[in-house]
Design a protein around this ligand. Sequence first.
Ligand SMILES: Cc1cc2nc3c(=O)[nH]c(=O)nc-3n(C[C@H](O)[C@H](O)[C@H](O)COP(=O)(O)OP(=O)(O)OC[C@H]3O[C@@H](n4cnc5c(N)ncnc54)[C@H](O)[C@@H]3O)c2cc1C
Length: 200
Amino acid sequence: MMWRVGTVVALHDETPTARTITLQVADWPSHVAGQHVDVRLTAPDGYSAVRSYSLASAPNAEGRVELTVERLPDGEVSPYLTQELAVGERLELRGPIGGWFVWRSRQTEPIQLIAGGSGIVPLMAMIRSRASAGSTVPFRLLYSVREPGAVFYRDELQAISSRDDSVTLTYANTRAAPKDFPRPPGRVDTSFIAESDLAL
Ligand SMILES: Cc1cc2nc3c(=O)[nH]c(=O)nc-3n(C[C@H](O)[C@H](O)[C@H](O)COP(=O)(O)OP(=O)(O)OC[C@H]3O[C@@H](n4cnc5c(N)ncnc54)[C@H](O)[C@@H]3O)c2cc1C
């Protein structure tokens, strides 16, 4: 698969450690929600590093691609993408990749999405894809984060779930919960599922 070049057109911090990078990619063939790209960085001496990032944006015909990268301490690629990459710079990417973990807007069955941390990114593409396609399929999102400040796309998720009764949003907080949260911090377990009315 060929490498393409994307130009950074916008940067947006989702949390203190995660940044959304919006790229304009010439000849982008569009994608399906759930797919990812490989990003390649090449140093002046020719050394290169490749990492995979999920597509956060809904499929679109404009060649607009959004990635959200969580910075890992001492990581090789994510600190560069979240701290140094600037608007106007170019990034090599290859994709879209992946055909199984996808949601297509013609699907009609109800969907339960479950995300932990940056695992929300491909699920956000699905939620955005549903919204942009005008689908009315019921979507439920269970989103586990370490603490409330770690939530990606908070305002957009809130807006979508408040205007659309068939999208429901449940947060789990593993290390710190908001003051008014009904449960102490902890991992998702069977009692969480039962009490959150998520039982299938
Ligand atoms: C399909 C797919 C989709 C993905 N989507 C996303 C996404 O949407 N957003 C996102 O943020 N990430 C995503 N990832 C993860 C991403 O590909 C990278 O793995 C991530 O950004 C870390 O890369 P890095 O180069 O910064 O860290 P690396 O340099 O690869 O290091 C990873 C971690 O390991 C530690 N480490 C490295 N070497 C050692 C060692 N020798 N001993 C001990 N520890 C070590 C580092 O300190 C760091 O914490 C995805 C991965 C896949 C496979």
